[in-house]
Design a protein around this ligand. Structure first.
Ligand code: ADP
Ligand code: MG
Length: 244
């Protein structure tokens, strides 16, 4: 069952006047807040490929975590496929996170004691699929990301680029409509970064998966069709790539 029931012609993501502040001193009488996001307004349509750029500390990961329903805004609204996320039940939120969204991180976040195949199969096992069926499905995904020959390798027997392909395969297991990737090429060399971006481009173009990706680098952002630039928690630029 898909995790996000998208409505045609409506934005997949709509964010209105979203703010985020962290409370710094949990115990003080006079609370001190650190505001990280200011009045973010954003519409993202299904099938877009977006790069979020900005200096370290500008709020990129905070925004991604809110879009991924891993964190909540302090004020403002976030509609995902037309539904206000603030009013979703815990079960509905879990369904969105587990089935609607695939997450990819800079540090790969693989389980070290499991093979590539089992790293990809594990979410399916948790979802109740049989061991054989989940491994078969994981194998298909690893083949799709170019790792068909590395299924029995453990993470420390794989290069960074291969580990990121395992993580991307794992993000794809539940056929997400949306992939959120936070600096997925941050730990990779230039050539490997471009290979990983080519894979994202294929997933976006071939399967129509909406991709939102954080990067520092212009040449990585150039794979996206739209670039959103954050500075000190505010959007300072939101630009579509013009026709070539
Ligand atoms: P980026 O991903 O663009 O580097 P982040 O979204 O991680 O930026 O962080 C934005 C700002 O929020 C930073 O100043 C960071 O120190 C602060 N911040 C992030 N998480 C927390 C937290 N849990 N508590 C307090 N401040 C935080
Ligand atoms: Mg970050």
């Amino acid at each position: 069952m898909p995790g996000i029931d998208n409505i045609p012609n409506q934005p997949l993501i709509r964010v209105e006047d979203l703010c985020k502040a962290y409370r710094l001193d949990r115990h003080a009488n006079q609370p001190v807040f650190h505001q990280v996001l200011f009045d973010i307004n954003l519409e993202i349509y299904s099938g877009e490929f977006i790069a979020i750029m900005g200096q370290s500390g500008s709020g990129k990961s905070t925004l991604m975590n809110i879009l991924g329903c891993l964190d909540t805004p302090t004020s403002g609204n976030y509609w995902l496929a037309g539904r206000n996320v603030a009013y979703l039940s815990n079960d509905e939120l879990a369904r969105v996170r587990n089935h609607g969204i695939g997450f990819v991180f800079q540090g790969f976040n693989l389980l070290k004691r499991m093979t590539a195949l089992d790293n990809v199969a594990i979410p399916l096992l948790y979802a109740g699929m049989s061991r054989n069926e989940s491994r078969e499905h994981a194998l298909t995904l690893l083949q799709q990301t170019g790792l068909g020959q590395f299924t029995l390798h453990y993470p420390n027997q794989l290069s960074g680029g291969q580990q990121q392909r395992v993580a991307i395969s794992r993000a794809l297991v539940n056929q997400p409509q949306l992939i959120l990737a936070d600096e997925p090429t941050g730990n990779l060399d230039t050539q490997t970064s471009h290979e990983i971006m080519t894979l994202f481009k294929q997933l976006n173009g071939g399967q129509g998966i909406t991709i939102i990706l954080v990067t520092h680098e212009d040449d990585i952002a150039s794979y996206a069709n739209r670039t959103i630039r954050l500075k000190d928690g505010r959007i300072i630029q939101d630009k579509n790539k013009g026709p070539l």
